[in-house]
Design a protein. Sequence first.
Length: 302
Amino acid sequence: MPLMKDSIANLRTRTWEMLNQVAVWSAVTAVAEALLNRAVLTRAEVQALAAYAYVLLAENYCNGVPISRLNEDGTFTYGAPLTGATLLTTAIAKFDSSITVATAAGATGATALNLARIGRGRALLDSFALPEAWRASTAASLRLIEHLDDEIGACEAELRRLGADHRYVPLLMSTPGIAWILAYTIASEIGEIERFATPKKLVGYTGLCPRVYQSGASDRRGPLAKNGPEYLRWALIEAAIHAARHPAYAAHYEATKRRLGRQRGAKVARVEVARKLAEAIWYMLTRSETFAPAGPTAALVA
């Protein structure tokens, strides 16, 4: 009989420990939600973090997890228990909201956008009833992704350490489509902006201008020259993919796509936006100013 009482007491203690852990995760979720109206993180980042809390609750606890709400006086109001499926559905909705906000923010929302997309994929995987054989393969793939993410994070941390004091990086990050990695790449490839007397000199250095064939009255334009740094061209084209949605470039990008047709319109339009970005970068770095487009400029022919 005493043995049975001890077992029941241990079970009760263990149960309360687990309930306390659930309460802690619920509190984390509530705090993340409460941060939405504070300037600690961007709204998209906080929504993604709150969604991750729901995913962790669904992955680590059985059905019946209560979600707390943080009151204005600092106390918590515990909600009704939620099933794992409900937690994942809520997480996906929050990730979707984060993706919408981050996409509207442009380059400044790139980190939150990646965070939300990865989290949404994880929540979707958790919600699917995969066959046993697929679960093992999926789990192995997720472990590989986590390992690669760690490697990428280490490389990015080293790049940040090496380029933390580069005076061009903050200016470049104000440009549509350019976040930290692209800013560091562009700054490294350009070097000192004083090397280029005019914006056209910088554009020519990128290799994003078409080859020109002239002979007498003949004047033909060929493919891109590609005579500059390869990584600089790559960075500008990558930035152009996102900058094409910016109000400063969207109208010209869409008009070029329609004019040249489906087969080559998008590619040529991206190159034109990349050249315009290079011109804007010259003015920004020369004047030590952030991105502030003055209006449409004449396009170079591709």
